[in-house]
Design a protein around this ligand. Sequence first.
Ligand SMILES: NC(=O)c1ccc[n+]([C@@H]2O[C@H](COP(=O)([O-])OP(=O)(O)OC[C@H]3O[C@@H](n4cnc5c(N)ncnc54)[C@H](OP(=O)(O)O)[C@@H]3O)[C@@H](O)[C@H]2O)c1
Length: 262
Amino acid sequence: MVTYTSALVTGASSGIGQSLARCLAAQGTGVVVVARRGDRLERLAEELRGRSGASVEVLAADLCVPEDLATVTKRLTDPDRPIDLLVNNAGAGSRPPRPLADQPLDHELGKVELNVLAPLRLTHAALSVMIPRRHGGILNVSSIAGFLPQPQGATYAATKAFLTSMTETVHCEARKSGVHATVVCPGFVRRGEGGADGGMRSVRLPEFVWLDRDEVAREAIRAVCAGKPVCIPGWQYRTAITLSRVLPRVLSRRGFERLWGH
Ligand SMILES: NC(=O)c1ccc[n+]([C@@H]2O[C@H](COP(=O)([O-])OP(=O)(O)OC[C@H]3O[C@@H](n4cnc5c(N)ncnc54)[C@H](OP(=O)(O)O)[C@@H]3O)[C@@H](O)[C@H]2O)c1
């Protein structure tokens, strides 16, 4: 098991990112928390400093604004204050769910910027400093949506397929240099207060599909510390993905269509 001393977590102002920051701080890792809503980050920082005594730095930034992304990249690669774990968690979901033809194009391009271009740039920057040090971890938060089509969420599913594929490949390329890349692919996770669109409690789904964000965060951190390439939290999703790999593609595609209510 590898231990990390300082992490930069994007999208830490709510949901899974907040849980990841809490979990890392609780185990004594210093965290730089990044998101647009600086007030929520400040409240989280105060809570974490009080509870764990971990060092917490707030960096309010919009990852879709080039100047802000450059500031985050600069902090990530600062040789005087090294970060040894990058967590690319910030992401935009498939809400409102609509066929691609009915989505405004700018909305979809924004998802590509946040879910693909920002983690790609940050992963590239992290590798440039971690490989020479022969130590580091990259944890990318993807989704089970990346494994098969998601009707009414075409761009979201495609961005997550990119992130999963990129991370698995980086895992192969970098592990001999002492750098571990892990992709975590959750299913439905209750975001809690402060998440986009007020969370997903309104979606009518059976109780067993819902994952707890703190448990997802713990599993993801265990996976990157253990150097695992892919982490799928929850027995129900591990079973579904294993089945989708052995079933003919047409059957698993139909199953996913039903899951997404199309
Ligand atoms: N919830 C699920 O069911 C689920 C399932 C699978 C995968 N995921 C993935 O998990 C990750 C976290 O999602 P979540 O469900 O926890 O949602 P969430 O609570 O809405 O969190 C999204 C986070 O990203 C930040 N963010 C959004 N746009 C940003 C931008 N332009 N620049 C910087 N930060 C930005 C938000 O903070 P600000 O608004 O303050 O910027 C927030 O902290 C995402 O990558 C999502 O795709 C979620």
